[in-house]
Each structure stands twice: as C-alpha cells, then as structure tokens.
Design a protein around this ligand. Structure first.
Ligand code: ZN
Ligand code: ZN
Length: 511
C-alpha cells in the first residue's frame, strides 16, 4: 500500500503543479479555480484510489485471520473534509501571495494530506469496526516525530473516534506515514518498521520528543534499527557543512605547509629532480597560479599545464596524499579540461536508506594505493604474472604477458591529480553511501559525482576490526568512461547515486 500511495501522491502533485502553471488566473479567480480543482480532481480520482489501496491492503492483510469474513468498506470523503482542504488552499494563497514557490509547497502539503488521510482513515475505521488496533507505519526516511509516534505501537481506537473526520492532527504536512491494522498483541504482528521503533523505545527509553530528536539526529537510532531518518540526514548535512567550513578556513595554512615541505625536499634531497617527466604515463596536469608559484620557487622545474606528477606517486619524497589533495583540489583548469559537474550542489539522492557518515578512521589512501589505483599492478597468481590494469590508463602489457582488464577507465583528459581529488573528495563528502553489499558485508562504498563522472570509492573493514583497507576509487559511469570490455562505454547515469541497481549491474558484468 505504501508504494502505491506514494506513487499516487507524487503523480497528483505533478499534475496539480502543471495545472496551476497553465492556469494563469487573476487573484480572485485563482481562489475559485483552486477550490474547483481540489473538489473535482483531487477529492475524486486520487482520493478514491487511495481508499481502494487501503481496502486492498485490508483484504490481503486479513487473509488467514478470523477477520477474513468481514469485508472492509470504503470510508468516503465527506463534504466537510473537502471544504477543510479548500479553505486551506485559500489561506495559503493569501498568506504566500508574493512567494509562489512557498505557496506551491503548501499546496503540495494540502494535496498529499488529503490523499494520505483517505487511506489512513479507511484503515482506522475498518480496524475499529472489528475491534482491532492500528499502528503507524513510518515512511522511509520518516522524521524523529513520526518515529516517536510509531514507537507507540498498536493503538486501540473507538469507532467514534476513528470516524471523526480527522484531517490528521498527528500527521504533519508532507508526512507520508501510513497506518496498518494489527490483529494481535504479539510484537511480531506489528509492521516491521513500527516494530523496530517500539523495540528502540523499550531499549533506549528516549524521553519526550526532545529525547527522540537527539537519539535520531546522533545516528543512534539508525545504527540500531537500520532505518534512516531525514532528521539524521539533516544532522549529517549540518556536520558536513561545518566540516567543510573548517576545511576552507584551514585551506591556506595547508598550502603553506605544502610549499614548505616541497622546498625542504628540494633543498635536502633530489633538488630540482623532484619533478621529472615520465612519458610512459599520461602526465598529470598541474596548473593554476598558486601551483605555478610553488614550482617557480623551486627553480628549474617545468611550469604550467603538463607538469607531470608521477614522481609524487612513487618517490615517497613529496607531500602526503592528503596534503596534495588539499593543494590541488581547487585547480582552476579542471573545469575547462573535464567539463562541468552534472550533479549540482545540494543534490539529494532519492533513496536515502543507507546514507551515513563515514566511520571515523576511514582509510586515507596512500601514494601506493593511488598509484595502483591509477596504473594497476603486477601480481603473480597461479604461477603466472598478470598485469592488473588501473583506472587511469589501460597499459599495454609486454608481449605474452597476461593483461587483466580493470573494471573501468577514466575519460581521456583525466589525470593523476584529478583521480587523487576524486578519491579524497568522495571520502570526505560522499553523495551516497552504503554499508556492505550483498556479497561483501565488510565493504564500505561511497559515491560522488565529479565533472560528469560518478566515482565509487570502496574500502574494507578488516575482519578483526583492527582498521580498514582502501580498495579502489573507480569511475563508475560518465559519458566517456570506458568499461571493462574494450570499446564498451558506461554513459552517465544518475541512478548510480540513487539506487543499488548500478552496483549489481557493475558487479554482475564486471565481477
Ligand atoms: Zn514526520
Ligand atoms: Zn510521518
């Protein structure tokens, strides 16, 4: 029922907005037009389908119980309920006359409440008729308030109270939580998400809504129940913002540190040989005024785009990868070279179920990690040497050697430092995250988009819990990302940031 209701609400909202934008009526007409739209459109088809969804749910849910014989009946919308919602649209129109966006959000809330109420009331009234209880089923990503109310578990309601035309005092605007009929007192008869809320309440005994808010925002609730909440996500967003602000504040200092460490290396060991051209590899492109200054200060070193950084990957003489990242992350040439971002700041994945902050101590990739990730490695398996390809270049193996293709290759134009930035940025500021995949429970996966490529950064939790190991930072898709089979391309697909599908696709075909 939940998915059906969500779809019903969503399509009704889309239609309503389309209608509103094509309406273009004067202020006085708008009021009347809205009233007509609510009465003749929303309160008819969508409301009716919501009632039917609830009836179907009840019939199915009662199968195999003594209540099978009691056929649930529709609880149709009343004229009072319709006027209530029409009144709400008129009030919103007046209140947000000069804020059309705000008005439309209000209209969304009114319409979704009208539809959701139809289903909720149908369940509650029919449950009361047979003397059964009902329970709130929190929507995916429900807020702390709804989780708290769901934790009350099965509630009994008199037929009078259920029939009272509640427009949902305890259901806030935009709330898509639904209700289920509960036939027994056993905890196991509660809907899964509701049961988890009840168990959480018993275990942690949060006090009042403040207590709930704190436990949900801190991540304790999600960690315990596996249920993600927008309250938690908002807290994460705040943490990330604060962290980014702190990073920005210390950015300059890091650049200074980096300059110093480079000068020290140059003075002490290797001098101007710090940066050398390695033509076998696609050179990293280091540029930007600040960066040029650094190299200029070192004397006889190449300047401008084309400066290779391969040495940094292998010599161990350069700065730590983290310092390098902080230094090159704002390379102004990146936008020109690689094109714009495809996912705008503030993008929110549709499926939030698994988003969480990285545990503290997620592994910082080492230069060796980054090198292997970019260029691959030789490994002896079953007495045979194989060259495993990296994600930056497809190396040509010596004659007769066995090349094991890697899963995907960055688009042309991507360089070592671009890939380094992708590795750290996806770690610091993921747009999507899952803990464990069906095949690897110890795997942690972070994804984010950068310049039109969606990267996947993965690491493993060691079995003994004594740390984590970097696995890869690979381009998952992007218009010129080359996939395993030579000639195969993985076009940009936003789904990689919203669902697990793409992971399965990747591993099934590229495993
Ligand atoms: Zn809520
Ligand atoms: Zn809710």
């Amino acid at each position: 029922m939940d998915a059906q209701l969500a779809a019903e609400v969503q399509s009704t909202l889309v239609k309503a907005r389309k209608w509103w934008h094509s309406e273009g009526a004067t202020a006085q007409d708008q009021r009347a037009a809205l009233a007509g739209y609510i009465r003749d459109h929303v309160a008819v088809g969508p409301a009716h389908r919501a009632e039917n969804a609830a009836l179907n749910y009840l019939v199915k849910h009662r199968a195999g119980t003594p209540y099978t014989l009691t056929t649930p009946t529709a609880v149709a919308i009343t004229p009072e309920e319709i006027s209530y919602h029409i009144g709400a649209t008129a009030a919103a129109l007046e209140e947000f006359a000069d804020r059309p966006d705000r008005f439309l959000r209000e209209l969304d809330a009114i319409i979704s409440r009208l539809i959701m109420t139809r289903a909720r009331q149908t369940v509650r009234v029919n449950a009361a008729r047979i003397g059964a209880k009902y329970a709130r089923i929190p929507e995916a990503g429900a807020c702390y308030w709804c989780l708290m109310l769901a934790s009350r578990g099965a509630v009994y309601e008199s037929i009078e109270k259920a029939q009272r035309n509640s427009t949902g005092d305890s259901y806030h605007p935009h709330c898509r939580c639904s209700v289920g009929e509960v036939h027994s007192d056993a905890l196991s008869s509660l809907p899964t998400r509701t049961r988890k809320c009840v168990q959480f309440r018993k275990k942690f005994k949060p006090t009042g809504y403040e207590g709930w808010r704190a436990l949900v925002a801190s991540g304790q609730f999600t960690e315990t129940t596996g249920i993600t909440s927008t309250t938690r996500l908002e807290a994460i967003a705040r943490e990330l913002k604060a962290r980014n602000r702190a990073k920005a504040a210390e950015g300059l200092a890091l650049a200074e540190d980096f300059k110093k460490s480079l000068s020290e290396v140059a003075a002490g060991r290797g001098g101007g040989r710090l940066v050398e051209t390695v033509t076998r590899f696609r050179p990293g492109v280091l540029s930007g005024d600040q960066l040029r200054d650094v190299f200029a200060s070192l004397g006889e070193v190449p300047r401008g785009p084309g400066t290779p950084i391969h040495r940094l990957f292998t010599s161990g003489e350069g700065p730590a990868p983290r310092e390098w990242f902080d230094f090159v992350r704002h390379d102004p040439t990146r936008l020109d070279r690689l094109g714009p971002h495809r996912v705008q700041a503030g993008f929110a994945p549709v499926v939030w179920d698994d988003l969480e902050l990285p545990e503290t101590g997620a592994p910082e990739p080492t230069w060796e990690n980054l090198y292997v990730n970019a260029y691959g490695k030789w490994e002896k398996r079953r007495k045979q040497w194989r060259l495993y390809g990296g994600h930056l270049v497809m190396p040509a193996p010596p004659d007769g050697a066995n090349l094991v293709l890697t899963k995907s290759i960055c688009p042309p134009g991507w360089t070592e430092d671009d890939l380094t930035v992708a590795a750290f940025l996806s770690l610091d500021d993921p747009q999507w995250r899952i803990n464990g995949t069906p095949r690897h429970a110890d795997r942690r996966v972070l994804r984010r988009e950068m310049y039109g490529v969606i990267f996947e950064h993965a690491y493993y939790i060691r079995e003994d819990g004594a740390g984590q190991d970097f696995a890869h930072c690979m381009p998952l898709c992007g218009d010129t990302v080359r996939a395993t089979q030579p000639g195969a391309w993985a076009p940009f697909d936003l789904k990689a940031l919203t669902t697990r599908d793409k992971i399965e696709w990747q591993y099934e075909h590229h495993g």
